[in-house]
Every structure is written in structure tokens, then in C-alpha cells.
Design a protein around this ligand. Structure first.
Ligand SMILES: *[C@@H]1O[C@H](CO)[C@@H](O)[C@H](O)[C@H]1NC(C)=O
Ligand SMILES: *[C@@H]1O[C@H](CO)[C@@H](O)[C@H](O)[C@H]1NC(C)=O
Ligand SMILES: *[C@@H]1O[C@H](CO)[C@@H](O)[C@H](O)[C@H]1NC(C)=O
Ligand SMILES: *[C@@H]1O[C@H](CO)[C@@H](O)[C@H](O)[C@H]1NC(C)=O
Ligand SMILES: *[C@@H]1O[C@H](CO)[C@@H](O)[C@H](O)[C@H]1NC(C)=O
Ligand SMILES: *[C@@H]1O[C@H](CO)[C@@H](O)[C@H](O)[C@H]1NC(C)=O
Ligand SMILES: *[C@@H]1O[C@H](CO)[C@@H](O)[C@H](O)[C@H]1NC(C)=O
Length: 539
């Protein structure tokens, strides 16, 4: 009886093998006239319109799947599969022609996204899962458009309306003749499927003399997101350049006048300005060479972001450190002013200690961040924060801003209490002005733009936010230089003195007469210097 059991086992194994072969090996061979029938889940007599031709709902998914695939941006493919539009199948004796993808000389794939084996074959040709999902979404949208947006009435040609149409990406509704229909751009229109602000594609309904007909070509030029980003980044660069040009003279003044080189308060303001200028230079370099470059057309671009070179990662690291250094300088500036104003009798902090704090806060957060992104082998020159690692540096920055907020509130508290003791409106005004002065110094303006606020998801709304943010970023340096240098009486006096000295020197040496005449010469005494050295302006 043993051989019976053995035969049973063989038979079951054979059955299993057949079943496995049947289910596992469903990839269609690349041979004509093989047996294949359409899914009967669809209504054969229902017609739908794609790019000007009417197709039965039962073959709709095959064709729209093909269009979704064929019109997917080439940048999303590993290797785009070739196609055959007239591949012959045999369904119960009838010839059926369908578009198919040629996987290799022995295998084909259907474009119908309901066919799981074919879908897997197509999936391999996409670069990422996300890009493939985007393709599937296109297929589903097409199916939905046919099933829910199209019927015999709105598909009929007429003299007054263009019929509903699937243009391969979007489902354009019935539209009056000589008007333009606009729809949010399909994400198929972008190079990458990431969510971006909404731009609109446009399709014209025109009068051809007898009928209202669509312009076959939908205008997707407005869907190009790169020009939108380019405008923003170029604006950012220009704003930062203006900030540098405006801050540099102030730094030179602070560095060249001996009194200022010794006053801690001025040293701290100067260092903040220097940090801002360095940050601006690094930000501009990174924007120009990596980010703006990546948006340019392939022939113009240096592809630095794709290459992810060591140099560009080092640039990102120092860019991050330079940004942290502006925060560190703001913290030290805030701490010092708080100490001078609130705790009037505290002794001056050692400048060297302040420098140490700035150095630590400059490099520590960026080192932590660089270690994390380095270990995880992030690409794109570390400029794209897709995994939230930016928090390694941002947390330090947020803490600094919170400390500075506290310090500023404490300064205001002390000012108000001083005002109450013998308050006049003039003092109130001075206190108010001082508070406003301190906001850019303490970095609190950053709170205004910290949360991304856009009223809707159009690109214009996002533009407004970004332009405002970049303007605020650049204005910090401008305001610090203006308030603490160009508009400061102490600086004016020092500059006048320097100018007087220079004119005396030139007069004695060469006999030149420049600047204010006799008056200035008479007043140039050592007493003037002593006096100006002791005069303290607001801050
Ligand atoms: C497939 O069938 C069509 C129509 O029946 C015929 O014209 C064609 O020659 C066939 N092709 C092959 C390879 O058998
Ligand atoms: C199939 O489509 C035709 C034309 O749109 C329609 O008249 C018919 O009712 C549909 N049949 C089913 C079962 O939905
Ligand atoms: C497929 O796409 C290419 C461009 O990507 C186009 O030239 C070609 O006409 C398309 N094929 C069909 C059948 O639409
Ligand atoms: C596919 O067949 C149609 C008619 O059935 C024909 O007009 C078209 O030229 C064919 N296309 C190709 C690529 O063979
Ligand atoms: C063709 O592709 C199929 C599916 O990826 C694979 O199983 C098969 O080995 C390939 N054949 C050749 C000759 O490359
Ligand atoms: C307008 O388009 C229709 C349908 O394609 C065509 O039959 C007709 O001849 C066209 N009229 C003119 C004036 O071109
Ligand atoms: C497409 O639209 C843009 C503006 O949105 C326009 O400048 C361009 O001329 C249009 N292209 C065509 C072919 O109509």
C-alpha cells in the first residue's frame, strides 16, 4: 500500500505545482494571439473620451494606463519600457488589440493597473515607490473620470460646449466654447511627485467653424515649478547681498575706531554683524552652487546636488554653523545687555568667556547634526531635510530665542518699574523705542516667520510667505547696522572726530583744506575726545 501513498503525494505535488505555476507565473509571454480576455467588470457599451477619441469602458484602463505611463516625466524612470499599441490577443476566437509594455523579448506587461503581475513589472521601471504610486494615482483618476464624470450627454459634441475629456493627466469638465478651463496641475506634470504649491494647467475650448472642440494640447507650461523656486531663491540671494553691502561699512567703522574696539557692548554688536555677513556669504554660496543649480535645466546645471561631493557637504556644515553663530551672538548680546540694564552693579563679564560660549553654540549643534546625517548617509549635499534631522540644530536655536524673549521681557519689566518712579511720556517713548531696537538684536523677529503661514495652497500665497521671510532674514543685519551704528550719536561723534583728525593731518602735512573750516579746527582739543569717549548713547 506504500506506493499508493507515494502516488498520492506525487499527485498532490503535481497539483500544487500546477496551481503555483498558474498563480505565480502570470507574466504574459511576448507572443502574439495568446488567449486573453478583458475583465467583465466594466460596461462594454459605456463610452469615455480620452484625448479626442471615444473608448469603451472595458478597454479604458488599458489605454489610460498607457497614457499615464507614456507621459510620465522621464526623470522618474529607471528605464522606461518600450510599448506596442497593437498587440494582438485572442479572446474566444476574436482578435483583441491592446497597448502593452515590452518588458523584454520574452515578457510583456498590460497597462491595466488591475493586473497585479503587470503592475509589478511596470513598478520595477520607476525610480522610487513614490513615483510609482503617483503613476497608480493617475490610473485611478482616469478610471474615476470615466465612471463618474462622463455620460452620454456630456460627451456629445455640440456647438456651445466642449465635452468632458481625459487629457491623459486630468479630467477636464464640460466647458463653454471660447473659454479656457483651468485645473490644478496633475502631479505627473512635475519632475518629482513631492507635494508643491498648486499651479494651474489650462485647456482651451475653441470653435473650429462647425463645433466646439478642445485644443488637443493642454497647456502645462504654467505647471513648471522650477521658475517659481528660482524666483524665490534669487530674491533671497539679492536680499542677502543687500544686507551684506549695508552691514560691511558698519563693521569697518566698529573695527577701525579704537574706542569701539574696547567697548564690550560694541564688540558684541560688531560680532553679531560679522556673524550675519559670514552666514549670508555661505548661504548665498550654497544657494547659488547647489540649490539654484539643481533647478536649472540639465545642460546648464553642474549637478552638484546629485553628485553629493564632500566639498558640498562641508559647505552645508559650515552654512549650518554660521547660522547657529548668529543665534549664539544674539544670545550673548542679549545676556550682556540684560546684565547691564537690569543688574546695573554686576561686574562686566569676561569677553573671552563670551567668545567661548559663542564658539560652543556655533559648532556643537552643527556637529551633532552632521554626525546624524553623516551616519545615515544622507544625499543631496545635506540640503534637503527629509527625515527631520534639522531639529538637532533647530532645538538649540529655539532655546536661544526663548531665553532672549525672557531677557527682553525682564528688561521691559525693569524699564516700566523705573518709569513708574518718575515717569514722563518722554521716558515712556524712549523705553518703547529701546524695546523696538532690541528686537532685531535679540532675534525675536524670527518668531514672526517661524511658523509657515499661507492662506491657501496656491503658489502666490506661498510666495508671499517666502518673500516676507527672506526679507525679515535680511533685515536683521540692516536694522542692527542702522540702529547701533549709522543712527547712533556716539558713532556720529567718533566719526566727526576721526574726520577732524584726518583733516588736520592733511592740512599740516600737505596744506589741504577739507571739511568744515575754522570751527572744526578750533574745537579739536583732547577734551572733545575725552568727552565723547564717556558719552553713552542709548545702547
Ligand atoms: C494573429 O492573428 C491575426 C488575426 O487572426 C493574424 O493576422 C496574425 O497573423 C496572427 N499572428 C500570429 C503570429 O499568429
Ligand atoms: C452601460 O452603459 C450604457 C451607456 O452609457 C448605459 O445605457 C447602460 O445602462 C449601462 N449598463 C449598466 C449595466 O450600467
Ligand atoms: C509617448 O510619449 C512620447 C513622448 O514622451 C510621444 O512622442 C509619443 O507620441 C507618445 N506615444 C503615444 C502613442 O502617445
Ligand atoms: C495599430 O492599428 C491601427 C488600426 O487598427 C492602425 O491605424 C495603427 O497604425 C496601428 N499602429 C501600429 C503602431 O501598428
Ligand atoms: C524577462 O523578464 C521577466 C520578468 O522580469 C523575467 O522573469 C525573465 O527572466 C526575463 N527574460 C529575459 C530573457 O531576460
Ligand atoms: C471641425 O471638426 C469636426 C470634427 O472633427 C470636423 O468634422 C469638421 O470638418 C471641422 N470643421 C472645420 C471647419 O474644420
Ligand atoms: C501656455 O500658457 C502660457 C501662460 O500661462 C503662455 O505664455 C503660452 O503662450 C501658452 N502656450 C500655448 C501653446 O498656448
Amino acid at each position: 500500500m506504500r506506493w499508493v501513498g507515494f502516488a498520492q503525494k506525487v499527485f498532490i505535488s503535481f497539483l500544487l505545482l500546477v496551481v503555483i505555476c498558474f498563480y505565480e507565473n502570470r507574466a504574459l509571454p511576448n507572443t502574439a494571439n495568446q488567449s486573453y480576455c478583458l475583465s467583465d467588470a466594466y460596461n462594454t457599451s459605456k463610452m469615455c473620451s480620452v484625448r479626442g477619441s471615444l473608448l469603451s469602458q472595458s478597454i479604458w484602463n488599458h489605454y489610460t494606463g498607457f497614457f499615464c505611463y507614456n507621459y510620465t516625466n522621464d526623470a522618474r524612470f529607471n528605464k522606461k519600457l518600450k510599448y506596442n499599441l497593437n498587440f494582438s490577443f485572442n479572446c474566444k476566437g476574436y482578435t483583441l488589440k491592446l497597448p502593452v509594455a515590452i518588458v523584454n523579448e520574452s515578457t510583456i506587461a498590460m497597462y491595466d493597473y488591475g493586473d497585479s503581475e503587470s503592475v509589478n513589472l511596470l513598478k520595477n521601471s520607476f525610480k522610487t515607490e513614490k513615483m510609482f504610486d503617483n503613476y497608480l494615482k493617475c490610473c485611478r483618476d482616469a478610471e474615476y473620470c470615466c465612471a463618474n464624470s462622463m455620460n452620454d450627454e456630456n460627451l456629445a459634441l455640440s456647438t456651445t460646449y466642449c465635452p468632458v475629456v481625459w487629457d491623459a493627466w486630468s479630467c477636464f469638465p464640460r466647458t463653454p466654447v471660447n473659454t479656457v478651463a483651468a485645473l490644478p496641475c496633475s502631479s505627473q506634470a512635475y519632475q518629482s511627485p513631492d507635494k508643491v504649491c498648486t499651479l494651474e494647467s489650462k485647456k482651451e475650448c475653441i470653435w473650429n467653424g462647425t463645433l466646439a472642440l478642445w485644443n488637443q494640447q493642454t497647456n502645462y507650461t504654467a505647471c513648471a515649478i522650477a521658475p517659481v523656486y528660482l524666483r524665490r531663491y534669487n530674491y533671497h540671494v539679492v536680499a542677502l547681498i543687500v544686507c551684506i553691502a549695508w552691514s560691511l561699512p558698519a563693521i569697518i567703522i566698529f573695527l577701525s575706531i579704537p574706542t569701539f574696539r574696547e567697548t564690550t557692548r560694541v564688540i558684541l554688536h560688531r560680532n553679531l554683524l560679522i556673524a550675519i555677513v559670514v552666514r549670508n556669504i555661505l548661504t548665498i554660496t550654497s544657494r547659488k552652487t547647489i540649490i539654484i543649480d539643481a533647478l536649472l535645466s540639465p545642460s546648464l546645471s553642474n549637478h552638484l546636488m546629485e553628485k553629493n561631493t564632500v566639498l558640498c557637504r562641508i559647505l552645508s556644515f559650515f552654512g549650518s554653523a554660521a547660522t547657529s553663530s548668529t543665534y549664539a551672538c544674539m544670545l550673548v548680546d542679549g545676556y550682556y545687555l540684560h546684565k547691564m540694564i537690569v543688574r546695573t552693579f554686576a561686574k562686566e563679564p569676561q569677553v573671552i568667556n563670551l567668545y567661548i560660549v559663542v564658539a560652543v553654540l556655533t559648532f556643537l549643534p552643527s556637529l551633532i547634526w552632521a554626525t546624524i546625517v553623516g551616519v545615515n548617509e544622507r544625499t543631496s549635499c545635506w540640503t534637503v531635510d527629509s527625515h527631520g534631522e534639522q531639529w538637532a540644530v533647530d532645538s538649540f536655536r529655539v532655546i536661544i530665542l526663548l531665553i532672549n524673549t525672557f531677557l527682553l521681557l525682564d528688561i521691559i519689566r525693569v524699564m516700566i518699574s523705573k518709569m513708574k518712579q518718575g515717569g514722563t511720556t518722554r521716558q515712556t517713548k524712549a523705553a518703547f523705542r529701546a524695546t523696538l531696537f532690541l528686537i532685531p538684536l535679540f532675534g525675536l523677529h524670527i518668531f514672526i516667520t517661524a511658523k509657515k503661514v499661507v492662506i491657501n495652497d496656491t503658489c502666490v500665497a506661498e510666495d508671499i510667505y517666502d518673500y516676507f521671510r527672506y526679507t525679515m532674514e535680511a533685515s536683521q543685519g540692516v536694522f542692527v547696522a542702522l540702529l547701533f551704528c549709522y543712527a547712533n550719536t556716539e558713532v556720529h561723534n567718533e566719526l566727526k572726530n576721526a574726520f577732524r583728525k584726518l583733516s588736520i593731518h592733511l592740512n599740516q602735512r600737505y596744506g589741504w583744506n577739507i571739511g568744515p573750516k575754522t570751527k572744526s579746527r578750533r574745537r579739536t582739543t583732547t577734551a572733545t575726545y575725552v568727552q565723547s569717549r564717556d558719552s553713552r548713547s542709548d545702547f
